[in-house]
Design a protein around this ligand. Structure first.
Ligand SMILES: [Zn+2]
Length: 545
């Protein structure tokens, strides 16, 4: 592992450095950029050599953003003396917009709407810098979606901070602006808690210290990315209950889970000690992340134990709630109100839309839509009413699924409209790629599944639909992969594996699922058969429909 992680940052940071092989550009005078810029783009044939020490004038912005560029392009910076690179603040530009001009006479000029606009201008500049030279060009660019997320699951499998940073480096270079960090689940609790250390102490050496969390947040910030933590409740909590078994309805001991699935033992909504833990814990966790949002999960929480629990029944009656879905809404709303007092908004997975109570109590709720086949009704109603939705459909953006089920082309073409969310004047809040790690415990597997599909989704998130073209994307992808090997992994000979390897990959994936998904296992919610069929049908559909 040590050797692998040592490679990671080297690979991620070996960007345009002299040591990296010079990339091929697909066509002459075409900028080898991913994602494709949205505005005016002009490019000349000449290349301008950067001075040995690059003089910079960051204007109103901090030097730290330019230092990220210096690392990526392997150049030395100086803020003293004449400036070759000058940054101006374009106060009237829309959020994240930037303009980049490179000319022989004037050097490099950037106009940025805000800090993120500057980050994206510098990411573009880093992608164009080769052997100490940049092409003469003018680019105007701004994103299609304001939220462009990459989700990493650190609960199922723990990756060290170096891997997390490498993922942030590679995804920020293609202008993702959000790193959604899934830190808790049935299989793990991955953040140090000074208030409730029993949570992380179950996983010695496999959690992030608070100092490491702050480091990651800062590493992401100077790259234009915000880190949003996910603390999944009231389901997917076996790791919490393993430390605090009294907090489930039946208070029976549970073991931390080793395999994927949906668990029937969840946090009790009727017991007050659940909130005596969650409210201060969420406050502690939220304090580590400056983001405006906290993700509270709210997915896959079976109500079998709630239905049979006297504490839950008492709560239901006391609050005058109609059913157990409304009780979940009440549960989440109570946490959301506490977070509101800390100036935080919440995001939940689409199951939370089963509760009208939640929507009423938390009108600024943001929904992350994952399940294509199920419950399309309530999410569509929510979206048509103008609710903020992040689209991350399971069979379009889940990068842990095999290439046979979620092809590169399918990820590239992913859009709310392609899965039935259409409507004049209605627009999505954003889209997100998700990397679950149930079966992704090796770094090269993580890299092969994440890249290049994360690059395809980056373009789906940034570039206007009318400018997107898969064939053109493919022509830019190979040079990009050569220039930015993902996580130290040598890019596959074929960015998109052929028909035969896709079938083989699907079969291997389904065999693993059938071994692990077993309804007879203790604490299994009895959904294994259904989940298994869903994956089998979807994998088959890719070939026969
Ligand atoms: Zn209960």
């Amino acid at each position: 592992m040590k050797k692998t992680t040592a490679l990671l940052m080297a690979a991620a940071l070996c960007f345009s450095a002299a040591a990296c092989a010079a990339p091929k550009t697909a066509r002459e005078n075409e900028l080898p950029l991913i994602p494709l810029p949205n505005g005016k783009t002009e490019v000349g044939g000449e290349r301008v050599a950067l001075p040995e020490v690059l003089g910079v004038d960051p204007g109103v912005f901090s030097m730290e953003f330019l230092e990220v560029y210096a690392g990526r392009a392997d150049v030395a910076l100086s803020s003293q003396g004449p400036a070759f690179l000058r940054v101006a603040h374009g106060a009237s530009l829309p959020p994240e917009e930037y303009r980049l001009r490179v000319s022989e006479e004037e050097g490099i000029q950037i106009v940025a709407a805000d800090e993120r606009g500057l980050c994206w201008a510098l990411a573009t500049l880093a992608a164009l810098t080769e052997g100490g030279k940049v092409p003469v060009c003018y680019i105007e660019d701004a994103p299609h979606y304001g939220y462009r997320g990459f989700m990493m699951d650190s609960a199922r499998y723990f990756y060290p901070v170096e891997v997390i940073k490498a993922l942030i480096e590679l995804t920020s270079m293609v202008k993702y602006n959000t790193f959604h960090w899934h830190l808790t689940d049935d299989q793990g609790w991955r953040i140090e808690s000074k208030l409730f250390p029993a949570l992380h102490e179950q996983f010695p050496g496999e959690y992030y210290t608070q100092q490491e969390i702050r480091e990651v947040v800062e590493f992401a910030r100077v790259r234009g990315m915000e880190v949003i933590p996910e603390i999944d409740v009231p389901g997917h909590v076996t790791a919490i209950l393993a430390a605090y078994p009294d907090l489930s309805c039946r208070a029976l001991p549970v073991k931390v889970e080793a395999v994927p699935g949906i668990r029937s033992t969840i946090l009790c909504a009727g017991k007050e000690p659940v909130f005596e833990l969650l409210l201060p814990l969420l406050e502690e966790m939220a304090g580590l992340f400056p983001s405006r949002y906290v993700h509270l999960g709210g997915d896959e929480a079976p109500k079998d134990e709630w239905n049979a629990c006297p504490h839950c029944a008492r709560r239901l009656a006391a609050e005058g709630l109609a059913d157990m879905e409304e009780l979940q809404g009440w549960f989440i709303a109570r946490l959301a109100k506490h977070l509101e007092g800390l100036d935080k908004q919440i995001i939940c997975w689409n199951e939370s839309l089963f509760s009208a109570y939640l929507l009423e109590q938390v009108p600024d709720l943001t929904i992350q839509y994952w399940a294509e086949a199920r419950v399309i009704g309530p999410p569509r109603e929510f979206w048509e009413r103008g609710g903020d939705m992040i689209f991350s459909g399971e069979f379009g953006t889940y990068l842990d699924l095999p290439h046979g089920a979620v092809t590169l082309k399918k990820v590239y073409n992913y859009a709310p409209a392609t899965i039935g969310f259409k409507g004049k004047g209605l627009s999505a809040f954003g889209i997100e790629a998700c990397m679950w790690t149930d079966y992704t415990s090796e770094t090269d597997v993580l890299a092969r599944l994440t890249f290049p599909r994360a690059y395809a989704l980056a373009e789906a998130a940034w570039t206007l639909p009318e400018l997107k073209n898969y064939k053109d994307f493919r022509s830019r992808l190979d040079p990009w992969l050569e220039k930015t090997p993902g996580l130290g992994f040598t890019p596959p000979a074929e960015a998109d594996p052929g028909w035969f390897s896709r079938i083989r990959e699907n079969a291997a994936f389904l065999i693993k699922l059938s071994k692990d998904f077993d309804d007879s296992k203790e604490n299994n919610a009895g959904t294994a058969g259904r989940l298994h069929w869903r994956y089998t049908l979807r994998c088959a559909r890719e070939f026969f429909l």
